[in-house]
Design a protein around this ligand. Sequence first.
Ligand SMILES: Cc1ncc(COP(=O)(O)O)c(C=O)c1O
Length: 380
Amino acid sequence: MKKQTKLVYLGSRPEPQYGSVNPPIFQTSTFAQVAPGEYKGFDYTRTDNPTRTVLQDMLATAENAEYALALASGMAAVDCVFAKLKTGDHIVTGDDIYGGTYRYLLDIASARGIDTSFVSFKDLENVRAAIKSNTKMIWFESPTNPLLNLNDIAAIVAIGKENGVLTAIDNTFMSPIFQNPLDLGVDIVMHSMTKYLNGHSDVIMGAVMTNREDLYLVMKNHQNAVGATCSPFDCYLAIRGMKTLSIRMRAHEENALKVAEALNGHPKIEEVLYPGLPSHPDHELAKKQQSGFGGMVSFRLKSDLEGTRKFLTSTKLFVLAVSLGGVESLIEQPATMTHFEMPKEAREAVGITDNLVRASIGIEDADDLIADLFQALDQI
Ligand SMILES: Cc1ncc(COP(=O)(O)O)c(C=O)c1O
C-alpha cells in the first residue's frame, strides 16, 4: 500500500464490537483489571491508551518508522528526544532553530548539566569542529524556522556516524509527506503535531519516531515517567487530520509556490525565502532530499519595524498568529512573536530581522491569498 492509502486504512479500521469505521475515543484514565496485575493490554492512560495506539501506528507509518510516540506537545516531544542525555553530555545544534527549542536548551537542558553549542550549519565544518569527546547528539531542523535554510541531512548523518554521535531532526516544517529523515539514517525524528500532522489548529501535540528499539524504550519510559501524555480526544482529532495529510500538503505547497512567485519581484519586497524558488540558495538540495517544497514562505519587507507592524495588522484573510500548518493561512513577525526568546544580537546575527515575515500558507484559493498580501503591502 502507498502511504496515503495506509494512513486512511489505519485510521478507519472497523472496531470489533460494533463495526464503527472510526476509532472509538477511549476517554478513560484507567482500565478494569481482571485480577491484580492482569489486564487486557491497557492499565492506565498515562502509559498507553487504545485511541493513542491507533494514532501512533499512523505516525510510524507516515515516517517509515518502527516506533512512534504521541505526546502532549511538540516541546514535550523535544524533551523526549533528549531523554537519553545525562549531566555532562553535550549537544551540537544550529544557530537559527525554533525559539522554543532554543529556550529549552538554554534553560532546561543546561540546568540538567547538558551543554549546547549553537553553530551555523551553513558550513558543516562548523558542526564537525563543535563535536567534543562528550558530544552525544546533533540536533537540527531542515528547513529551519523561520529562515527556511536547508541542511544536508545525509551529510549530517555521516558526521554523526563518523563520531559515534546520535542525530535527531525536527521535521515539523516538511511533514512526513515531503521528507523522511529516518530513510537517510537519522536516529530520531520529531514533529510538532500541532502543525501539519493534525492540520486544523485545534490541538497541541507532538510526536517522536525512530527505528531503534533502545531509543524508543528510553523515550517511552521518559514520557510515562514525566507524564507528557496527550488526551484520547486529541488523539482522535489527530487521527482524523492525518487521513487528509497527503492531500493537504499538496494544496499547501501549490499555494505556497504561487504566493512566493507573486511576492518575488514586488517593489515593496526585499527578498522571498522559499526553497521552491530556483533563486533559493538551497533549491537543488531541496530537490534532492525533499519530495515537495512545503507550505511555509518567509519574506523581508523593504521597511522597518513600524512598517512591518502596519503590514501585519492590515491583512484581512491571513490571521496574525503564531503557529503554522493549519488549513487557514497565518502570518507573523518572528522577531516579536515566535523567536522573541532569542536575544536580539543572536537573532540579528542569523538574519531574523525586524522586517522578516513568516507566512503559513493555507489551503484557501491562492488568488485570494495573493490579493490579501498585496492590499496589505499597499498600506505601507
Ligand atoms: C519547528 C517547531 N518545532 C517545535 C515546535 C513546538 O511545538 P508545540 O508548540 O506543539 O509544543 C514548534 C512550534 O511552533 C515549531 O514551529
